[in-house]
Every structure is written in C-alpha cells, then in structure tokens.
Design a protein around this ligand. Structure first.
Ligand code: GDP
Ligand code: MG
Length: 140
C-alpha cells in the first residue's frame, strides 16, 4: 500500500472547545502523520468554494456559516492508505451513527458541528490539499 495524503480540517466546534490536541492524538495513534498544519479563519468565499459540491443541498448555507463561525485547523495527514484510514477514525457524518472509537462519536455536537472534515477520495484529497496548501508548506 502506497503512502497517501489527505486533507483534514478540525472544525470551529472543536477549536472552540479546545479539542485540537485530543483530535490530533487520535490521528497520530492511528499512524497518520501531520505533515502540514495551520490555524485559519475561513472567509465566506473560501468556505463556499470548498463545499461547492454541496451547493444544491438544503444545509449548504448553514454549513458555510458554521465553517466561518470561528477558527479552523487545516491539516495534511500522511500515511499508508491515509484517505480511508482518516475516514475510519473520523466516523460517520452523523455522530449518532458513528462507531464509539471515532472522533465524531467522542467529540461531535451534531450532524453539522461534527468536529472534523476529511477528504473522501485520493483525487479529492489532492484538490483539497492544493486548495489550502502550497507544496512548500508540506514537510513529511
Ligand atoms: P462528510 O464527508 O462525512 O463530512 O459529510 P458530507 O460530505 O456529506 O457533508 C459535508 C458536511 O456537511 C458534514 O461534515 C456536515 O458538517 C454537514 N452536513 C452533512 N449532512 C448534513 C445535514 O443533513 N444537515 C446539516 N445541517 N449539515 C450536514
Ligand atoms: Mg464529504
């Protein structure tokens, strides 16, 4: 299995509750290496463009408002099978449906304020990493 990268975002509900370290410990314990990380306040344009795939969904405007409601932590995670491994430790979108060991089961407040984003395919990961990071900011 080749080494892969994925884009992770620690969302505003988690930064507000000071959970960055606890969430990072889950990633590191799973064998994912944080090879880039920066705290950011997303603009409405950035959040809207990042989630453009959901533009027609009824929750789109709420989601964009939530994502700009406070700082986020943007991260590149690297490891074997990183996209799937990260999705596994994140858990289901709805924390009520997430398995007990997952970040969302442990920390999420709701289906919207669910603490973390993770890319859902290698192709999307490459695009999402490029959206937020220059290659020079990624230090394996
Ligand atoms: P993910 O890949 O597990 O993050 O889920 P999606 O790509 O389907 O949705 C993107 C994000 O939109 C989720 O992480 C939630 O923050 C939010 N979201 C998804 N479904 C709903 C919903 O039914 N209601 C609301 N309010 N937000 C949702
Ligand atoms: Mg998604």
């Amino acid at each position: 299995m080749a080494t892969e990268r994925t884009l992770s975002i620690i969302k505003p509900d988690a930064t507000r509750r000071n959970l960055t370290g606890k969430i990072n410990a889950v990633f590191e314990d799973a064998g994912l290496k944080i090879v880039a990380q920066k705290r950011a306040q997303l603009t409405p344009a950035q959040a809207g463009a990042f989630y453009a795939v959901h533009k027609e969904r009824p929750f789109y405007n709420d989601l964009v408002s939530f994502m700009i409601s406070g700082p986020v932590v943007l991260q590149v995670l690297e490891g074997e099978n990183a996209v799937a491994k990260n999705r596994d430790v994140m858990g289901a979108t709805d924390p009520k449906k997430a398995e007990a060991h997952t970040i969302r089961a442990q920390f999420a407040e709701s289906i919207e304020a669910n603490s973390v984003h993770g890319s859902d395919s290698a192709e999307n990961a490459a695009n999402e990493i490029r959206f937020f990071f220059a290659e020079t900011e990624i230090l394996p």
